[in-house]
Structure formats: structure tokens, C-alpha cells
Design a protein around this ligand. Structure first.
Ligand SMILES: [Zn+2]
Length: 289
């Protein structure tokens, strides 16, 4: 049984699958700082695994959400109240998106940002060992938000601590609030997000506490994806840009058993073919129950 460092940490499985099985069937893992980050930066993994039995997405939220901004209906909520609201919203998104599991590590933001606090990295390593994902999505190292960068650093450190044979094949550093226009095209991965547009809208709409008060980032995210489609190559239909962690930095961040860098550089993309389709699901057919 996996042990997490915070007593208030929680692993929830929308379909009622036992936690160990839900973690073990995971093929795509998203590691985010806050509730709702996953549904923006890791939506590729959510879409790729949606309604499939051979690939599963698990979302990890590292911080507790207590310091979240609040307005409208939520204006008078205490930090503890906001923490509860945001946990519930993240579970709603997991249900809508058919995640294998959602993991709420519940670390205070200060602990995530403290290099002296080993707990977040220890938790992430335990989750990586339990899930052995092929693909990991996290924040990018040039992110504007300190907690996002801290989560990316903890995730990279946790992956580096894994035996090479169970390290993920791909690690993507995605953007949440901004664009990665400043990255060279060859340092950037674009995802085709043309499928399930209404699902993408539904995933963001459950985070009412963050949208309430007029900050319509659900519309902004959809608009940005739409804008990328015609303005970026080679995305078609829809698209969102995601760069490797430390985008533009030539040093590989994670090495696999073969010593080959997997830092988010994609294979040369064939027109219209998903980046990660090759081999996915061929050896993992793990449906709970
Ligand atoms: Zn965030």
C-alpha cells in the first residue's frame, strides 16, 4: 500500500477501483501544483486515455489550494474552506475526464517551494514507482509561478531517483497561464487537441471557484487552443503548445535505461498522427475489475 507523507493526502478513484490497481493501470501521469492546472497543461493525456481501457490518466495535485484567490460566491471562504472546495472540484474533473485516479498530496505551497522539505519529492517518487507511467506531464521550468516551477523541479528529481528501467519514456513541461511562443519550434511539442472539445470545456467548467468573479480562464484557454491551431505549425484542428522542462536548454533532464534523453523532444511528427500513439497500450491492458 502506498504511503503518502501528509495525513490529509487522498487518492480517489472515480470508478471505485482499488487504489493500488488504479495506480498500477496508469499510463499517463500529470503532476500539477494546483487544482485545475492538469486540465490545462495535461489535457493531452486526459484526451488520449478518455474512454479507453488500455490507457489511463492519473492526476496528481501537489499543493493544498488553501491560498487560492476567491471572489463571488466564495469571497468569504476561509483558507480551510477553499481547500475543501478545490479538492471537490478536482474530484469532479476526475469524474468528468474518466481519470484512473486523482491524488491530492495536500502540501502547503511553502513546503512545495522549500528545497529543504523532502516530503513532496518523496511522495512523487512513491507515486512514480506505483504508476510506472510511460508519459509524465508537469509544469515547465520557465513558468511564471514559483509553485509551478517547484513542482517541476520535484518531479524531475523524483524521476531521476527512479531506477532507469522504470523511468517514463516522455516528460513534458507544459504551460498553464502563458504561451510558449518564445521557444524555438524544434524545442516545442504541439499536441493535437481537436478531439472532444466539449469535454475540454466541461473539464474546466467544474472549477467554479476560480472562474467565479469574472476570471473566465475557461474561455481564455479554449480561445488560446483555437488560436494555436491556425497560427502554429504543424498543429491541425486544435492545439496547445507545451515545451520540455527547461525549454531551450540542451542538457537532457532525464535519461532512460538506454541513456537516451527523453526530455520532451518528440520524434519527427508525421502529418496528423498522434505523437504518442506508437506502442501505447500494447502491453498494458489493465482494466480494474
Ligand atoms: Zn497552478
Amino acid at each position: 500500500m502506498i504511503t503518502l507523507s501528509r495525513e490529509t493526502a487522498e487518492i480517489w478513484t472515480p470508478d471505485g477501483c482499488p487504489v493500488e490497481e488504479a495506480l498500477a493501470r496508469t499510463t499517463h501521469l500529470g503532476v500539477a501544483a494546483h487544482q485545475d492546472d492538469l486540465e490545462i497543461m495535461a489535457v493531452d493525456g486526459i484526451l488520449r486515455t478518455f474512454q479507453r481501457q488500455d490507457t489511463w490518466f492519473t492526476g496528481v495535485v501537489v499543493s493544498d489550494g488553501a491560498g487560492s484567490p476567491r471572489d463571488g460566491l466564495y469571497r468569504d471562504h476561509t483558507d480551510e474552506g477553499m481547500r475543501e472546495v478545490r479538492r471537490l472540484e478536482q474530484k469532479k474533473a476526475a469524474l468528468v475526464g474518466g481519470y484512473s485516479a486523482v491524488v491530492l498530496l495536500d502540501h502547503p505551497s511553502a513546503a512545495v517551494k522549500s528545497a529543504a522539505d523532502a516530503a513532496p519529492e518523496t511522495d512523487l517518487r512513491a507515486l512514480l514507482e506505483s504508476t510506472k507511467p510511460r508519459v509524465v506531464y508537469t509544469h515547465n521550468l520557465a513558468d511564471k509561478h514559483d509553485t509551478h516551477v517547484a513542482v517541476a523541479l520535484r518531479t524531475i528529481a523524483a524521476i531521476r531517483g527512479l531506477p532507469p528501467e522504470i523511468r517514463p519514456e516522455r516528460l513534458y513541461g507544459g504551460e498553464v497561464w502563458r504561451d510558449l511562443d518564445w521557444l524555438l519550434d524544434e524545442d516545442k511539442v504541439t499536441f493535437d487537441l481537436s478531439a472532444h472539445e466539449s469535454l475540454q470545456a466541461a473539464l474546466l467548467s467544474v472549477f467554479d471557484s476560480q472562474i467565479s468573479g469574472g476570471k473566465r480562464y475557461d474561455l481564455a484557454t479554449a480561445g488560446r487552443r483555437r488560436a494555436h491551431a491556425p497560427l502554429l505549425q504543424p498543429a491541425r484542428g486544435g492545439g496547445v503548445a507545451a515545451g520540455r522542462p527547461g525549454g531551450g536548454h540542451p542538457r537532457p533532464l532525464v535519461r532512460t535505461q538506454e541513456g537516451r534523453p527523453h526530455n520532451g523532444h518528440p520524434p519527427r511528427r508525421r502529418s496528423g498522427s498522434p505523437l504518442l500513439r506508437d506502442g501505447l497500450g500494447s502491453e498494458r491492458s489493465r482494466h480494474c475489475g
